[in-house]
Design a protein around this ligand. Sequence first.
Ligand code: BES
Ligand code: MN
Ligand code: ZN
Length: 490
Amino acid sequence: MDTEQARGESTLMNIATVSDLEGASGDLLILPVFEERVWGPGAAEIVQSLGDWLESYFDGLDFTGKVGQAAAVPGDDRFGRILFLGLGAEADADTLRKVAGIGGRAATRYARVVTTLAQVEIDGAGDAVVYGFLLGQYTFDKYLSKPKPAQTTDLVLVGDVGADDIERGRVVAAGVALARDLVNEPAAGKKPEVLASIAADMAAAAGIDTKVYDEVEIEAEGFGGLRAVSLGATNPPRMVVLDYQPEGATKSLALVGKGIVFDSGGLSIKPASGMETMKTDMSGAAAVFGAIKAIAELGIAVNVTAIAPLTENMTGGAAQRPGDIFTARNGKTVEVLNTDAEGRLVLADGLSLAVEAAPDLIVDVATLTGACMVALGKKVAGVFSYDDDAAAQVEAAAARGGEKVWRMPFEKEYRSKLDSPIADIKNIGDRYAGAITAALFLAEFTDERPWAHLDIAGPARAENDDGYITKGGTGFAVSTLVALAEDMAG
Ligand code: BES
Ligand code: MN
Ligand code: ZN
């Protein structure tokens, strides 16, 4: 994989605006419809010009304008085809993103697409429509002998849509698309050194400073958790640190992303079925890369550091053994009783490093536990913290970013589950509350600073296309992290 391929091609299309529908033309027109078939912006005129048959045709389809409903009809002299999309009773930004995603996916065969979706009266409608449309068109087809990229070259938004809105939608979508590309890439194509150089190239292009620690520096710098996990792998680990320091920034945010490019479980090996999707286990790293890229491109006035420990978790002859002990970057010793609880080991070093710069807020993002997925399912991420303000900041940012998160208890009484008789802490608890004990483990490395942990084991990957979500890597958390940086910039 190279940087050229990791660029979210769909996000490069031309996006223009026209003040009203009259005089516009294209291959496809997308029109919104509210519940009970209340015509959205521009739709009534078009429906009238199409003729009486349309209402009875929609009756027959039971197309009433429910969220996600879609009905296409042949066009007129100006549009090749007309697609009506249901927005439900009261659309919000989430619905608009989702419906624009459905529109984007339905529009892939049309070169010039015109829509009045951004005229729906919602703050940031243009942003939501651009974001959803671009991500709905996302494909990962580089390994197909017959790639089928989206044919859309022009998206025309009808209405008074601000350039900043369009820019934000495009830039955040490009950050998400980068994260999806990195997650969808097979592990063989994203060895730690390769992924580190893709991140470094991305950073250079976005005006972000980069430091990459190689395996020798990782050992010398005391990144003991990252080193321990990497011992079973032939491909050497990397610690990536990206630094965005804009002028005028007063606050600082550290983002730490779990970067296990493949999780076999190590010697505590996973069953074959559990390994099938474990190239996804670097989704946290992908999210912090996508987020810092978008934050820098938008010029948000916050200092942001993205830290990503990258390694495979493999079973080679030099692999760490259950019962082994290592010393983490912050000096704490860890007894590793299950090598499949590896994410927390590399995050221990990532968080320790983040703490050293004393940022105002630290957020880590990780596909950390199956237990979190059992608790919250595939669509909702867990938020964990001892700090109510930090958790609330992440919850607010996620709400604005259109991503579902739920605060989980940070139950300190469970800390004793991690007591080891021979080290400062062990890396697993018992069979209960596995997502919480994982968070309690991470908290040993945050020095009681403002911190929140996002467990994205469920939503990092989707089994099906759904709105702007595409099957495979989702790029979850990019949108939330960008919103968080904006909130901190004030
Ligand atoms: N990467 C996995 C968590 C995971 C599982 C993410 C399934 C997405 C889908 C993580 O490294 C892991 O293996 N966690 C173990 C921890 C256990 C050994 C304490 C788990 O959740 O089973
Ligand atoms: Mn694991
Ligand atoms: Zn893992």
